[in-house]
Design a protein around this ligand. Structure first.
Ligand SMILES: Cc1ncc(COP(=O)(O)O)c(C=O)c1O
Length: 476
């Protein structure tokens, strides 16, 4: 690992100003102050999921400082939500300079009386990074809301097509108020086993990663098919992966044939995130896009976790080189607010069909504006690509050194993961990593996932992998 440090790849991004040299651990993690806060917090909120309590002001760049003074290298980024690291000077300067002042005095209902600045921000932040071919964007707050509105847009388009563009009949208008919509009640969205699309009730019917998310909640009886979930390294398992993908595509086509004109959309994550960092090939997604076109189903790329630059592109689907863009692309997390990009023809025929009170948050979009500026200026996506290659190569090396502990290293950009060979080891491993000063998270049942900020650089990779190797040597 020392040898690796000497040969760190160069990235175009400048170092994060003033960032700590490295992690440092002073107490158990979580430490006594975190535990005291948890006890207070738990009196009013469910605090069982909290890793540590963070010192918001002292955290810097890739280093999360907790209330006990531990400086942790952050590989998890608040579940993939931190684009520029903690307290990036440009974000703080924008805040202090008054750039966001116009947004401080009230929270608007953006569908009713948006401030003029909102229109500037939609252009300069959201449209500047819009997926090619998608010209409309609806903003909301969270990823689940983004998914809800994407599937609603797909349902609206299917209903509009069925009616031949005519307005709804008086019978239809009356029936829907009784929760009866003959025909429409049979509309479906097809999703993939192992996928995660949120926890609101519509989105939850599409979520199929873990039972604990779904248990005891009513759901729509919508179809699901296996996600291919390629094995790694790809070159070694090429034939096997192609066969798995072909079977998955056959299952998709079977569903489309079994429910003619009822499948409004197919929703898919470019890389299954919560379900265990499962990847499929670009060829698979191109074939899926074509099936959607052939059968008139909307193609929804759920980029809530993969969007925002972490794969080395603003949108993971850009690497598929589709001949026709996705119809709808959902986002949240690193973009700081939720939303869905739509192709022009998915704009509903009438207003208020996709609507809510806030329709997003100007403060968050103003922050995104700065984030996009910095990402472009500092070439953070190019850096993420280089850092990601170094990271995955390092994980492969670890896998080779500790085959009894690690397997299946993989990634796109710094959206990377490695599996533990024995899933029952995962909780212990995560605990050891945290005690050693890494803020980490898992995905699926066996994966350690990397979801760092766009300022994550090769030196952070080397530091993280040193800890991985030390802990693995203790366990192997
Ligand atoms: C792919 C994907 N879609 C939707 C969601 C839901 O987002 P939120 O938790 O903001 O509702 C997530 C959250 O992890 C996600 O990873």
């Amino acid at each position: 690992m020392i040898a690796r440090m000497a040969s760190l790849p160069q990235v175009p991004a400048p170092p994060f100003p003033g960032e700590p040299e490295r992690l440092s651990v002073k107490t158990a993690i979580p430490g006594p102050r975190s535990e005291a806060l948890r006890a207070r917090h738990a009196k009013h909120q469910d605090a069982r999921t909290v890793h540590v309590y963070q010192d918001a002001k002292r955290s810097l760049g890739n280093y999360l400082v907790d209330v006990d003074g531990n400086v942790m290298l952050d590989l998890y980024g608040h579940i993939a939500c931190v684009p520029l690291g903690y307290n990036h000077p440009e974000l703080l300067a924008a805040w202090k300079s008054g750039r966001f002042d116009w947004a401080a005095g009230y929270r608007p209902a953006l569908g009713v009386a948006p401030p003029a600045e909102w229109v500037d921000l939609v252009e300069s932040a959201l449209m500047r990074i819009a997926p090619p071919g998608l010209t409309q964007v609806m903003t909301v707050t969270s990823g689940a809301e983004a998914v809800e509105n994407a599937i609603k847009a797909a349902f609206l388009r299917l209903a509009h097509r069925r009616r031949g563009g005519k307005p709804a009949s008086p019978d239809e208008l009356a029936a829907c108020l009784r929760n009866e919509q003959p025909g429409v009640d049979r509309f479906k969205v097809l999703s993939f086993e192992g996928g995660f699309h949120g926890r609101s009730l519509g989105a939850l019917s599409l979520t199929r990663s873990k039972a604990i998310h779904k248990l005891d909640f009513p759901s729509f009886a919508w179809p699901a098919v296996p996600f291919p979930g390629n094995r790694f390294p790809l070159a070694q398992y090429g034939d096997e992966n192609r066969a798995i993908e072909a079977r998955s595509l056959e299952a998709v086509e079977h569903v489309l044939n079994s429910h003619p004109d009822e499948v409004a959309a197919i929703i898919v994550e470019p890389i299954q995130g919560e379900g265990g960092d499962r990847h499929a090939s670009a060829a698979f997604f191109r074939a899926l896009r074509k099936l959607c076109t052939d059968y008139g189903a909307a193609f929804i790329a759920d980029e809530v976790q993969t969007g925002g630059g972490v794969t080395g592109h603003w949108w993971a689907h850009e690497s598929w080189e589709l001949s026709e863009p996705p119809d709808l692309v959902t986002f949240s997390k690193k973009l700081q607010l939720g939303g869905v990009y739509l192709r022009e023809d998915f704009l509903p025929a009438e207003p208020y069909r996709l609507f809510n009170t806030f329709l997003g948050d100007p403060v968050r979009l103003a922050q995104l504006d700065v984030i996009v500026e910095v990402a472009l200026r500092d070439r953070l996506l190019d850096s993420t690509r280089i850092t990601g290659e170094f990271l995955v190569a390092g994980l492969r090396e670890l896998e080779a050194r500790f085959p009894s502990v690690f397997t299946q290293a993989r990634g796109a950009g710094t959206y990377a993961a490695v599996d533990v060979r024995e899933p029952s080891m995962l909780p212990k491993l995560l605990e050891r990593f945290r005690h050693a000063g890494l803020e980490v998270g898992s995905s699926g049942t066996a994966s350690i996932r990397f979801r760092p900020a766009l300022v994550f650089a090769p030196r952070h990779v080397a530091e993280a992998l040193e800890v991985f190797a030390r802990v693995a040597a203790e366990l192997a």
